[in-house]
Design a protein around this ligand. Structure first.
Ligand code: ASP
Length: 344
């Protein structure tokens, strides 16, 4: 176990405060409702980055802030084009000697996908931290300001360097690869199932209790500056038909992820349709809809015979991110793809 602690004490030590770029993309953290008791019927992504920062007392004692509004969306509408724009801007900023770290404010709905995308496409060891909120900025007990303060504190800390892309949420530090949203309403909405958080941030103090083992950022051979392939997700459930797979293959899909039941098991009708897709050269990744655990290679679905790649511990949504990046990088054969899923 690796434990490292840092505090935001560089000003006290006479050094200039770190300069952190805050890139705002929208989300509930920038949401506004008609009254303070409203935490569900609000509009996401309407409050600008200057107002978000102004709501955080004490931020100027933690870091110098460079702020940019990259987008103003509800993250349910995140697009591949915006992923390219965001990754490019993060890479430009982190390549600058003037910037010590990046914080991205994001909606919670697709945060886990964007975080993993950046984990594989940011080419810097400087800190890159995503944060969000479950309550809009106008709500009683809004969680956004403290999450943003903690995210900047984390990005400004030496301990966060080289740890990959991180998510600061509700005082916890999560690894971008492991984290997922697990509640539709609770303030403690994010978990890293099985594995747990990497550490915590509280009252200006950052502590890591472990490190991510999988290669990331500077050690990942992927780029988001690409013509994106089309990769879709299908789900296995009682009574599922072949219709979705047949329609997607007919539409020319470049890759498929199946959210199987249990240990990635797949209803016979769907499995047959997916095996036919694989035999036509469409890469198929077998994941699980369960939300934790892993999908072992050559398990119940006999991957090698059916032509499937197994996802390991990646959820269907993160499997799709990795399959998008791998296909965009020209890795299309099953052996290369299985290696990618076993590695990243
Ligand atoms: N729908 C919102 C979004 O993802 C939810 C949130 O941010 O909590 O942008």
């Amino acid at each position: 176990m690796n434990t490292s602690v840092s505090t935001s004490s560089s000003a006290a030590a006479g050094r200039p405060l770190p300069c952190i770029a805050v890139l705002a993309t929208g989300g509930t953290i920038a949401g506004s409702a008609a009254d303070a008791a409203n935490t569900a019927g609000y509009q996401a992504g309407v409050i600008g980055v200057a107002q978000l920062l102004a709501a955080v007392p004490g931020l100027d004692a933690v870091a110098r802030i460079h702020a940019e509004q990259v987008a103003s969306i509800d993250s349910k509408d995140m697009s591949l084009a915006l992923w390219s724009t965001l990754a490019q801007r993060v890479n430009e900023l982190l390549a600058s000697d003037d910037i010590d770290g990046v914080v991205i404010t994001h909606g919670t709905d697709t945060l886990e996908e964007t975080a993993y995308l950046l984990q594989l496409t940011v080419k810097s060891a400087k800190p890159c931290v995503l944060t969000a909120a479950m309550r809009p900025a106008t709500a009683l007990s809004a969680d956004g300001p403290l999450n943003l303060l903690n995210a900047v504190t984390l990005a400004a800390s030496e301990a966060a360097a080289g740890q990959g892309v991180l998510v600061a949420f509700n005082n916890r530090i999560h690894c971008a690869r492991d984290v997922a949203k697990f509640s539709t309403y609770a303030v403690d909405a994010f978990q890293s199932p099985e594995i747990g958080a990497l550490g915590w941030v509280q009252d200006g103090r950052v502590e890591f209790q472990r490190r991510a083992l999988r290669p990331h950022t500077v050690d990942a051979p992927f780029s988001a500056n690409v013509p994106w392939p089309q990769v879709e997700i299908v789900t296995s459930y009682a009574g599922v038909s072949r219709a979705a797979v047949e329609a997607l293959v007919a539409a020319g899909v470049d890759g498929l992820v199946v959210a199987g039941t249990g240990n990635g098991s797949i209803h016979g009708a769907l499995q047959q349709a997916l095996a036919e897709a694989a035999s036509k050269g469409v890469p198929v990744v077998r994941a699980s809809r369960v939300g934790s655990g892993h999908v072992m290679h050559n398990g119940a679905a006999k991957d090698d015979a059916l032509g499937f790649v197994s996802s390991g511990t990646l959820s269907p949504y993160k499997s799709r991110v990795l399959l998008l990046l791998a296909l965009a990088a020209g890795m299309t054969d099953k052996a290369s793809l299985q290696h990618v899923f076993d590695t990243f």
